[in-house]
Design a protein around this ligand. Structure first.
Ligand SMILES: [Mn+2]
Length: 321
């Protein structure tokens, strides 16, 4: 086993409440060079239409991620032994200029991608996924497995403004960043603005799986379909924390009751095993609306779940090359 990979601070030596707050207590590094997977914060919520606060998500997810340990208790995956992972810090953002914010996020993410590290980011609102995809999917559209209460494929808000956290995937498809025929949305629910609001998404070829269908079919069946839709090509995974029920994740911008339990969310992400993940995020954790850090803990734990499947695929790729 390679031993020169970054390791978390040993909680038997330094207690979890002590020391610098980094993702999963990994070293903070200034460059993604040499990393297999880069943990990165995107503290920006300039696309939020209602309850702002996701700009504070990365810092609080770092704090709660101190509870993560080294081994996944179900799969046995030891992500820090099979992949080189570190905290590359937060991307540069601009909280008072939306277009400059998007550009800074894209530029920052491009340096990670060009260093050949796979980004696992903590948002930020869901509009952050658009500039991330501009960097990750440059030159070739990716598949997308999208967990969310909302389709986020609306067209415009507030007098024709095309950039909000309700529009990122419409823009990403228009820009050729996502292959909509390799895209699936899981957990969609809640009241909508108008009848037929999801017609555009379906017309592009996106498979929209409402929460009610998930409840009927269960995680195994739904994720078998999701893996088939994504296929063997490069695929991005986006996890909006509002896919989880607000009784378990209240700290978010647009809560919708009737969501996943945290257990269901964990089961879904574990079933991503085998997908060629080229990037992933956990977005919309909004600490000002949180209670005792429970939403940030759910977000940090979903990052760990994603990290384990991503590290497994990194190790498989390395063994195969
Ligand atoms: Mn969303």
């Amino acid at each position: 086993m390679t031993t020169n990979f970054h390791q978390p601070v040993d909680a038997a030596e330094v207690p979890r409440f002590a020391g610098h707050s980094t993702f999963m207590r990994l070293p903070a590094v200034t460059s993604a060079a040499g990393l297999d997977i880069a943990l990165v914060g995107i503290p920006w919520d300039g696309g939020t239409t209602n309850r702002a606060g996701a700009r504070h998500g990365p810092r609080e997810m770092r704090n709660q991620s101190s509870l993560m340990r080294r081994v996944h208790h179900v799969s046995g995956t030891e992500p820090f032994s099979i992949a080189n992972v570190a905290d590359v810090g937060d991307l540069s953002v601009n909280p008072i200029d939306l277009m400059d914010g998007l550009k800074r996020i894209e530029d920052g993410m491009r340096t990670i991608v060009e260093a050949r590290a796979i980004p696992l980011s903590a948002g930020g609102d869901h509009l952050t996924t658009l500039p991330v995809l501009r960097a990750v999917a440059a030159g070739r559209p990716v598949g997308l497995i999208h967990f969310d209460a909302h389709s986020d494929t609306n067209d415009t808000y507030f007098g024709g403004n095309p950039y909000t956290h309700g529009t990122p995937f419409r823009r990403a498809i228009e820009e050729g960043l996502i292959d909509p025929k390799r895209m699936v949305q899981i957990g969609i629910r809640g009241s909508i603005y108008e009848p037929g609001e999801h017609d555009w998404a379906r017309a592009q070829g996106i498979r929209v799986i409402y929460m009610e269908e998930f409840i009927r079919r269960g995680a195994e069946d739904v994720m078998a379909e999701a893996r088939a839709i994504a296929g063997s090509g490069p695929t991005y995974v986006s996890f909006d924390i509002d896919s989880i029920d607000p009784s378990m994740a209240p700290g978010t911008g647009t809560p919708e009751i009737g969501g996943f339990t945290t257990r269901e969310a964990q089961a879904l992400v574990r079933l991503l095993d085998g997908v060629d993940i080229v990037g992933a995020d956990v977005v919309e954790v909004s600490p000002p609306f949180d209670l005792a850090g429970m939403t940030a803990l759910a977000g940090a734990t979903m990052m760990f779940e994603l990290l384990c499947v991503m590290a497994t695929s990194v190790a498989k790729r390395r063994a195969g090359s």
